[in-house]
Structure formats: C-alpha cells, structure tokens
Design a protein around this ligand. Structure first.
Ligand code: HEC
Length: 331
C-alpha cells in the first residue's frame, strides 16, 4: 500500500514536470550563424583585393563581396527563430492524459480510507436493502416477507424497525415462534424485563433455537432471580448455545449471588472493587469508603445506573442496590 502511494506520488511529480516543462520559458534558440567573423575578415581581404583587380576577376570578387554582405546582413538583422514550443493541443492532450492516468491509479491502487467511508457505504447499503424489503412486505402483506424485513433490521441493529416488523408477523401468523422470541429479546434489551420474561419463558417451551434462553437468563439475572437465571443458562448450553464462555462466567456470578451471606459484599466484589478498591479505598475510581456521597443514596443510584466519566453504567435491580448500599456504608 505504501509502495502504491509512492508510485502514484512519483508519477504525479513526473507528470507535472513533463506537462509544464515547455512552459518554463526560453527554449534554446537556434545557434547563430557560426561564421560572421570569418566572413567579415574575408570581406576586408576581398575589398583590398578588388582595388588591384580588373575585368572579370574584379566582377567575380565584387559578386562574392555582395554575397558576403548579404549574408552578414541576414545574420545581424534577422532575429534568431523563436524558441520552439509544443503546440497547444499537445499540452492539452498531455494534461488530460495525465489527469486521467492519475485518477485511474488513485482509484485502483490507493487503499480506501479506513473507517468512515466503508461504514458509511455499508450503512447506506443496509438502509436501501431495508427499504427494499419493507416495500416488498407492504406489497405482498405476507408474514414471510415481514419476517425477512424484521430479521434484516434486527441483524443490522435497527431495533425499532425490528420490533415493528416482528409485531406485524405476530399479527399475521400468531404461531410464528421466531417472531415471538425476537420480540421478547427486544423487550429484554430495551429494559422491559418483566414483559420479556413473560414472553420468553413461554417461547422457550416450544422453540428449538437456544437464543431465547440466553436472554431469558439475562432477564432473570436483572431481576435478581439468580436461581432461575442459572437454570435458563444451563438449558441454553445444553441446547448448544454458542456464547459458552460468556454464559459460564455469568452463571458463576449468579451462583455467588444466589448463595451469598452478604449479597451487598458479593455485588461490590463483582462489580465495583476492580475500580474502587477491594476495601473501597479507591483505585482508578475515587475512594468510596467514608465518601459523603453515601448519604445520598439516590445520587449513588443515578451514578451506578447511568455511569459517569469512565465509569460504565451497571444495571441493577432495587433489591440488589439496597444490599449494595448497606454494604458501602459499612466500608
Ligand atoms: C470501570 C471502573 C469502575 C467501576 C466498575 C465502578 N466505578 Fe464507580 N467510578 C469510577 C470512576 C472513574 C469514577 C469517577 C467518575 C467521574 O467523576 O468522572 C467513579 C465514580 C463513582 C461514584 C461517585 C464518587 C464521587 O465521589 O463522586 C460512585 C458513588 C461510584 N463510582 C460507585 C460505584 C459503585 C457502587 C460501583 C459498583 C456497582 C462502581 N462505582 C463501579 C469507576 C468505576
């Protein structure tokens, strides 16, 4: 890639040089007649000679003198021919060719700019594909086409359109398990945890895809129902779910919380200690032990749920937050 850049750069500079060289002005004039001094000397000699000559001899010398005078006159009076320049059309043609070749080289050899351009063109492509699918679904009104539209929106992260599409499918085809599952997942990721549990716990009874179990486990975990979360995730792995490592560590967390003597201490150790220190003494985050902010639980809750600066938001149900708050005050 660097090499391609260098080659294009070199071609550019060379092209500029050749295109503009003729314009740099004084091309060399043709050399002047090399013999004027010799001619002048000959003329003087002939003049002396002529004085002593007679008849045809004198005529020949006079003719020769006249010729030399003419010749010297031309040399001195007539300008050297104008410097040779390329005709305009040659300049124009080389400029056009140069620009054309550069454009082709840049188009095909330079690497695309990373990031923005590619993702932008991808987003545009997705938007137009989505529009196409929507038009098709609206035209046919079939559950199958609406499902294709919703799936595409879901996979490209357009959750609102996905929800819209799946609810359309559910209306048209109330037995469509995938539409229910995806709708439940969308409820779960948008924070409607109770509704998500209702739909997903029904769906997983008759669904072969383990995806619903993963999100059902997440929803139970969020509500603090750790034993049910573990159960759902265990079933997810049994049915061949692929997010294995992630789910195993979530199961471990849930297990620790389910069997905790001091739930607040476990939550602190799992979610806060890495940044605020094992004893709340501070670390990359400020000290929490004895921090006056603990007298304002609402402020702490706001910071925990929404994050602040480099602190990420940490989802938590009310019961867990109360246990955590009680532990923080003991630090
Ligand atoms: C990834 C690191 C990280 C984690 C995990 C983390 N925090 Fe923080 N926390 C920070 C940082 C950094 C700040 C300072 C943010 C700022 O003010 O810009 C902070 C600020 C705070 C504050 C405000 C302190 C003050 O004096 O203003 C509170 C309260 C707090 N965190 C509580 C918690 C609790 C409770 C947890 C666990 C549920 C937690 N944090 C998890 C990094 C973290």
């Amino acid at each position: 890639m660097i090499l391609a850049g260098l080659i294009v750069g070199l071609a550019f500079v060379l092209g500029l040089y050749f295109v503009f060289r003729p314009l740099r002005g004084e091309a060399m004039p043709f050399p002047k007649n090399p013999r004027p001094d010799e001619l002048r000397a000959e003329l003087l000699a002939l003049r002396e000679e002529a004085k002593s000559l007679q008849g045809p001899e004198r005529t020949r010398v006079l003719k020769r003198m006249a010729w030399i005078e003419r010749e010297l006159g031309q040399v001195t009076d007539v300008e050297a021919p104008a410097p040779r320049r390329f005709p305009r059309w040659v300049l124009l043609a080389s400029l056009v060719a140069f620009v054309g070749v550069s454009a082709v080289l840049i188009r095909y050899t330079l690497p695309r700019l990373p990031g923005s351009t590619v993702t932008e063109s991808l987003a545009l492509e997705q938007a137009s594909k989505l529009k196409e699918l929507l038009a098709k679904a609206e035209k046919s009104g079939s559950a199958e086409d609406w499902l294709a539209y919703a799936d595409f929106a879901f996979e490209s992260g357009d959750l609102n359109r996905a929800a819209e599409g799946y609810s359309k499918v559910i209306k048209l085809d109330p037995k469509n398990v995938k539409a229910y599952r995806r709708f439940g997942i969308l409820l779960s990721v948008s924070g409607k945890t109770k509704e998500a549990i209702q739909i997903l716990s029904a769906v997983v009874q008759r669904d072969s895809d383990p995806e619903g179990l993963l999100f059902l486990g997440n929803a139970y975990f969020k509500t603090g129902d750790y034993n049910r979360a573990i159960e759902a995730w265990r079933e997810y792995l049994k049915r061949g779910g692929t997010a294995r490592d992630q789910v195993l560590s979530l199961m471990q967390m849930a297990q620790e919380r389910a069997t905790a003597k001091d739930l607040g201490a476990v939550i602190y150790a799992q979610s806060c200690a890495a940044c605020h220190g094992a004893l709340g003494q501070g670390g990359s985050g400020p000290a929490l032990a004895g921090n006056p902010i603990l007298n304002a639980p609402e402020a702490v809750k706001e910071i925990v749920l929404n994050g602040r600066g480099t602190m990420p938001p940490i989802l938590m149900n009310d019961k867990d937050f109360e246990a955590l708050m009680a532990y923080l005050k003991k630090l």
